[in-house]
Design a protein around this ligand. Sequence first.
Ligand code: PAF
Length: 284
Amino acid sequence: MNQVETIVDLRSFVRQARRAGKRIGFVPTMGYLHDGHLKLVEAARQQCDFVVMSIFVNPLQFGPNEDFNRYPRDIERDRKHAEAVGVDLLFTPSVEEMYPHEVLTTVSVAHVSQPLCGRTRPGHFDGVATVVSKLFQIVQPDAAFFGQKDAQQLAVIQQLVKDLSIPVDIVPCPTVREPDGLAMSSRNVYLTEEERSQATVLYRSLQQAEQLLAAGERQAAVIQDQLTRTIAAESLAQIEYVEVMHYPHLKEATELVVGDQILIALAVRFGRTRLIDNLITTVK
Ligand code: PAF
């Protein structure tokens, strides 16, 4: 595995791979890799011949009171993991390399960026859309791999690629969970023991949603209400949102009908840690 820190070096390696006729797969990350990221690499290896991973904690997508400074970082550990799972090229640019001047161009995807996390994290998805557009320009991959745990981010990126005719296949990959159901996230390391144990309620409530749908529940408000009660029963859980929406357009859902593709999305704080999780399913 090669590791590069500059855009010039990255382009030179990717150019060589492309000249050799290789299909370029791209896994953008903010590092502190866990099995969820490694599964994205696995999928990329299956579909591509040359896998690029970026590790860049993007300041544009953090609000002023968010965890940019304390976001976990360990490049040495990440390098070993990336190499072990077969990344060919690791791109670890500095903030100065990515943003050498004041950024005057922002990519903003209307509508899908607004609900859910967009409401409590204003500007977050503009930061994501801007850095992902820039990374796509730098790497020019044939395919890029994103986890469904960040379902709204995925919807934003799918819309972005469609609107701007960016020639990259966006490949959604299933959420990877701990044995007790907690969705893997770099932020899980912030949780205290008690918070970690109560945090399993996110997955439990999504299972409850599946059961309600299977039993024929079609009122979004009922599903929302039941999940809210389940989560609120955990003493440390502070609910930010529990929502049922049409997916991927992220329009509010009320009465569900067979064939609807829906997203049941949760954001819950445990102490200083904000967790998200979701279920994407088709109403049967
Ligand atoms: O999902 C993430 O880790 C980030 O939002 C991404 C896509 C790498 C952009 O910074």
